[in-house]
Design a protein around this ligand. Structure first.
Ligand code: ADP
Ligand code: ADP
Length: 231
């Protein structure tokens, strides 16, 4: 079963002579449970693609269908509710709220939606991510690696259909990157979660189920890891 599908998804910035085609018409299908790495040179359109998929940005043409719903047809209000329920996002710079502690940061998306908080699930997330003893700490009291683990717990808190991550290890040293990626992979596997991650780190991309390479606004390579091991 696929969880995400794009139909002729296209993004242009600017007008006339200044027009930039950041994403050429793209048809992409992502299966449930897949861990997809998106790689490519700087300026190739990786962030544009991720932001369109997550509904942070409107396409110039085409659609994004998540869980059978066309997010490009939704009103702002519908989209923000859908995003909090169905989409998790992990940023390079964590984006935690500095005046809330770790647990409050993770629970905030649920509180905003007046949803029941599954305490044992939240506790389990903190445990799986190795930060159970940091639940009551403020972001300023946590290392970069710990803040990123809190932001992963936040992305997973609402049990979303799909998670997007934009260079989640881009601000971490190699030891922390490896730890965060190992914990993230285990957690995703445990909940059979789908993730699309932009990364510059080819070592990390190699551990994905599928690598999509973007160049000049178009997908130029799409390899599944099963195929990788055959060649
Ligand atoms: P990547 O994430 O691979 O570095 P981006 O998706 O950020 O690439 O950018 C793709 C192209 O779109 C680049 O040429 C970039 O300059 C252009 N671009 C991105 N965002 C904007 C914007 N807000 N306005 C104009 N051009 C943009
Ligand atoms: P890491 O190995 O993740 O880079 P650090 O060396 O930055 O970790 O931090 C080591 C420990 O010190 C961590 O457990 C963290 O919780 C704690 N710590 C880091 N910064 C602060 C701070 N500003 N206030 C309180 N504790 C901190």
């Amino acid at each position: 079963m696929h969880i995400l599908k794009t139909i002729n998804l296209e993004k242009r910035y600017g007008k006339g002579n200044n027009e930039v085609i950041a994403l050429k018409p793209t048809n992409l299908v992502i299966e449930e449970g897949e861990f997809v790495a998106v790689v490519g040179p700087s300026g190739s359109g990786k962030s544009t693609l991720l932001h369109l998929l997550a509904g942070f940005d409107n396409p110039t043409k085409g659609s994004v269908i998540i869980d059978g719903k066309d997010i490009t047809e939704m009103s702002e209000r519908e989209l923000s509710v859908f995003r909090r329920r169905k989409i998790g996002f992990v940023f390079q710079f964590y984006n935690l709220i500095p005046v809330l502690n770790a647990r409050e940061n993770v629970e905030l998306p649920l509180i905003l939606d007046r949803r029941k908080i599954d305490k044992s699930y939240i506790d389990e997330l903190f445990m799986l991510l190795g930060i159970a003893d940091r639940m009551d700490h403020m972001p300023s009291e946590l290392s970069g690696g710990q803040q990123q683990r809190v932001s992963i717990a936040r992305a997973l808190a609402a049990k979303p259909s799909i998670i997007f991550a934009d260079e989640p290890t881009g601000n971490l040293d190699s030891k922390n990157s490896e730890e965060v990626m190992d914990l993230l992979r285990l957690t995703l596997k445990k909940y059979h979660q789908t993730m699309v991650m932009v990364t510059h780190d080819l070592g990390i991309a190699e551990t994905a189920d599928r690598i999509i390479r973007i160049e000049d606004g178009a997908i130029c390579q799409d390899i599944k890891s099963k195929q990788k091991s055959f060649f």
